[in-house]
Write a protein that binds this ligand. Structure first.
Ligand code: B3K
Ligand code: ZN
Length: 844
């Protein structure tokens, strides 16, 4: 496969002024007619007329009305063109019904839909399918479907025919088309300048009852973007469509967002509190893309973080405003450490702005998205809030309508603040997680902190240079009061010393407050200091982090030396968990333990070989210890956190349910599944039903309940995904692979549906001790299914390969087993470019 380099960027030789498309829909033989106005691009040297096109049957091609000869390859076509403006017309035939890759135009349950980002439009017609080619689109759809949708505003709707006009020039990746027998949940929004916008959420008949929450989330997002960023919506219409077969969460096509049904459909009976929160965030994310992504798009796919990092940052701000900011921050850091850190510290490490790729779909990663968002958070911290919003205003006015770059982005900050961001830019160009070592000393009344940064080299960045690291810190006095409020110091050298004087007694430093930078802190703080922070830190993130670090130490103590868990830590944790002045959601987070994968990584970093079974056992016994240490509080907390009001998926109620369910899980450990069975029977919402079911399975009594659950929900695909996933997640390590395998034989298992495939195999990969069971059965099972899925859906296959990215942490036997499976997959004839690239990088 050929590698594409950022350094090789050149503009396209032609400008597209206008695109007209006509679709005659038919499942196996859709005809697409295109009429495209091209003119030579004065800024381009190379005038080669190359149009991307894949899996297209070319019926005819004309230039200015005359048939032309074209030269075709697997990737597109070329032909001779005039050295003046001209009209290209082509007709192609495509086969949406057999498009299992779910890229381009495909069918899902009888409805037509599209997914064009990143390079799917070339599977619809011949076109310069690159984000810097922007044009206005007119689309005509002919088909026997009650609902026919495309981007922009409708200009004609008659029976079996619709015409759409999108006045905003856009790259082809934002094109969308939907046709089907759908029903709309409708509403409207009045923008800040008084413009009326019709809002529709289109779903399959039967799903109407799952739309209200998504619609409210959309309206809240529209209002928030006006209030916080001054961004107004720009069409008369905003449509969202839910589809069951979709490779990721959702897609921000102009005026016609297409959503995985799991990312938009919600009801209390079928969705958990976590589902609701995720849906609200994804609706916001896709809506926010209208400005950060669509109005200002990316010059090329290397600039992906320009829209993704920024939009993730914006949706996180939104969630913090709608819900609890500390809870959102802690959850995001848990997620960053679980997904981005292993990526950044393993064979798939790449900079936030990668410099080369073979398949761009492989770079929609936690690094581009989540680290990309962290980089923006640091920028905001460094320049301050006021300058941040000033820079954003400049970005929107200066670049509206542009296909922009990271250089453009940084320039608006430089122009606004006068501050050079040359060193800061390394956050975009260097891979790897910086490690910051903290050394502390106290004499008389002076505290000295010596901070040293070091980024381990990687294939992507063999020689990392020091980065600018904003470190928010505060000091907590011996009596627990804060003696230094949060201030941010900037680490830009390799080593810097910071002094704090006039202190009465040695304070306890609280460093990296709010997780002010995506780094690993190497800080040998004493258990007593950490317990002090757990009790007193007024920075909610670091208070949680202190508990987390103590929990990690306790777990490592069990694993390595069978050390009993420190009672001071357990008492400190108990004090927090029973403190009614604290948000129940926050207390529930306090009870969470570092993941088993995280522990494996900690051991690996310390030069030891992690044993997944020992890590599993230690985690289990730690939970038993928590259950017994909290035994006098469990029932009281369970009862106190029952919600008596009608179900609402808001932060307050969700927090209570989270804490009550954490109690239920510990109660089940201590006493068996009696209370769980009771909760299951009386639950009127999925959050409580599913939590009770999980407890029951763990208590070894899940079979009857699983059968009842299946009977109740067999017709609801999204709930059945939970049923599939939970059985794998809660399986004993030695049964995990067998459970997954058994589920693949269930009549409702369908590997062509990404949600169902991920329900089973995502859960298997996330089951640390099950996936890495010494038998190697899970490795073989996953490899078998990746081989099966690859020819049908390369994107989902390639994504799932990252389950193997941490393979070099483990012992020789496991490594050999994994390597054999990876090689077996790689040896499969005609393996996709997506999967080939992923496996080649992982094997290293
Ligand atoms: N921009 C899309 C992701 C497209 C992924 C293509 N493999 C969704 C999002 O980030 O909002
Ligand atoms: Zn996005």
């Amino acid at each position: 496969p050929k590698t594409v380099y950022l350094a090789d960027y050149t503009p396209f030789g032609f400008i597209v002024d206008k695109v007209d498309l006509t679709f005659d829909l038919a499942p196996n033989a859709t005809r697409v007619k295109s009429r495209i106005a091209f003119r030579p691009n004065p800024d381009a040297k190379d005038r080669t007329f190359f149009l991307h096109g894949e899996n297209l049957k070319l019926i005819s091609a004309r230039i200015d009305g005359e048939p032309v000869n074209t030269e075709q390859t697997d990737e597109g076509l070329t032909c001779a063109v005039p050295d003046a403006p001209f009209i290209w017309e082509a007709e192609v035939e495509i086969d949406p019904a057999n498009n299992t890759a779910l890229e381009g135009l495909y069918m899902s349950n009888g409805m037509y839909c599209t997914q064009c980002e990143a390079e799917g439009f070339r599977k619809i017609t011949y076109y310069p399918d690159r984000p810097d080619v922007m044009a206005t689109f007119d689309v005509t759809i002919n088909g026997p479907h009650p609902v026919l949708l495309s981007n922009g505003n409708p200009i004609e709707t008659s029976e079996h025919r619709a015409k759409w006009h999108d006045p905003h020039p856009k790259p082809a990746y934002l094109f969308a088309l939907v046709a089907g027998d759908l029903v709309a949940h409708s509403d409207s929004f009045t923008t800040m300048s008084g413009k009326h916008v019709d809002l529709n959420l289109y779903v399959r008949p039967g799903d109407e009852g799952k739309c209200a929450f998504g619609m409210e989330a959309l309206k809240k997002s529209m209002k928030w973007d006006e209030d916080v960023y001054g961004r107004e919506y720009d069409l008369d219409l905003f449509n969202i469509v839910a589809v069951d077969d979709f490779n990721m969460g959702a897609m921000e096509n102009k005026g016609l967002n297409i959503f995985n049904s799991s990312a938009v459909l919600a009801s209390p009976e079928t969705s958990t509190d976590m589902n609701f929160e995720r849906i609200e965030a994804i609706i916001a994310h896709e809506y926010f893309h209208n400005w950060t992504g669509n109005r200002i798009t990316c010059r090329d796919w290397f600039q992906l973080c320009l829209k993704e990092g920024l939009t993730v940052f914006r949706d996180a701000q939104f969630t913090s405003d709608m819900r609890s900011a500390p809870v959102k921050r802690i959850s995001d850091v848990i997620d960053l450490r679980a997904r981005q850190f292993p990526e950044d510290q393993g064979p798939l490490a790449h900079p936030v702005r990668p410099e080369s790729f073979q398949e761009i779909n492989n770079f929609y990663t936690a690094t581009v998205y989540e680290k990309g968002a962290e980089v923006i958070g640091m920028l905001k911290t460094l320049v301050g809030d006021e300058a941040y919003y000033k820079a954003l205003d400049l970005y929107f006015t200066r670049h509206d309508g542009d296909a922009a770059t990271i250089e453009d982005w940084l320039k608006v900050f430089e122009d606004t603040t006068g501050r050079y961001l040359t060193q800061f830019k390394r956050w975009y160009s260097q891979a790897g997680t910086p490690r910051v070592k903290v050394e502390e000393s106290f004499e008389l009344d002076e505290l000295t902190l010596t901070l040293t940064q070091h980024t381990p080299p990687s294939t992507a960045t063999p020689d990392p240079k020091p980065q600018v690291i904003p470190i928010a810190l505060g000091l907590i006095g011996p009596d627990g009061t804060e003696v230094l409020e949060t201030q941010t110091v900037e680490l830009h050298e390799e080593t810097q010393i910071f002094r704090f004087t006039s202190l009465e007694g040695r304070p306890v430093p609280s460093i990296l407050r709010g997780f002010s930078a995506p780094v690993v802190l190497e800080y040998d703080q004493s258990d007593a200091d950490r317990a002090h922070l757990l009790a007193h830190d007024n920075d909610p993130f670091n208070r949680w982090e202190a508990g987390r670090t103590l929990a990690r130490k306790a777990l490592l103590g069990i694993i390595e030396t069978a050390t009993p868990v420190d009672k001071a830590y357990l008492d400190g944790l108990r004090a927090v968990v029973t403190d009614d002045s604290l948000d129940p959601a926050y207390r529930a987070l306090m009870l969470g333990l570092p993941s088993q994968s995280d522990l494996a990584n900690t051991l690996h970093e310390a030069g030891k070989t992690p044993d997944p079974a020992a890590i599993y056992d230690a985690t289990e016994s730690m939970r038993d210890i928590l259950a017994s240490h909290l035994k006098d509080d469990l029932h009281a907390l369970y009862t106190a956190n029952q919600v008596t009001e009608p179900y609402q998926p808001d932060a307050e109620q969700s927090g209570k349910r989270a804490l009550a369910n954490a109690m239920l899980s510990l109660i089940t450990r201590a006493e068996g599944a009696g209370l769980a069975a009771k909760q299951y029977a009386s639950a009127d919402n999925m959050t409580q039903q599913l939590a009770a079911l999980a407890c029951d399975i763990r208590a070894g009594q899940g079979d009857g309940m699983l059968a009842r659950f299946e009977e109740q929900w067999k017709d609801d695909r999204l709930v059945m995904d939970k049923w599939f996933g939970l059985q794998v997640m809660e399986a004993e390590p030695e049964d995990a692979a067998a459970t997954a395998e058994r589920l693949t034989k269930h009549p409702a298992f369908n590997h062509k549906n990404p949600n169902r495939f991920r329900a089973v195999f995502g859960a298997l990969a996330a089951h640390h001790a099950g996936f890495h069971h010494a038998s190697g059965a899970a490795y073989t099972l996953l490899a078998d299914w990746l081989i099966t899925l690859d020819p049908l859906n390369p994107q989902t296959t390639a994504r799932m390969c990252s389950a193997f990215q941490t393979w070099k942490r483990y012992d020789a036997d496991r490594q050999a087993k994994i390597k054999a499976e990876l090689t077996r997959i790689l040896d499969t004839p005609d393996l996709s470019r997506d999967t080939t690239e992923m496996l080649t990088r992982i094997i290293g």
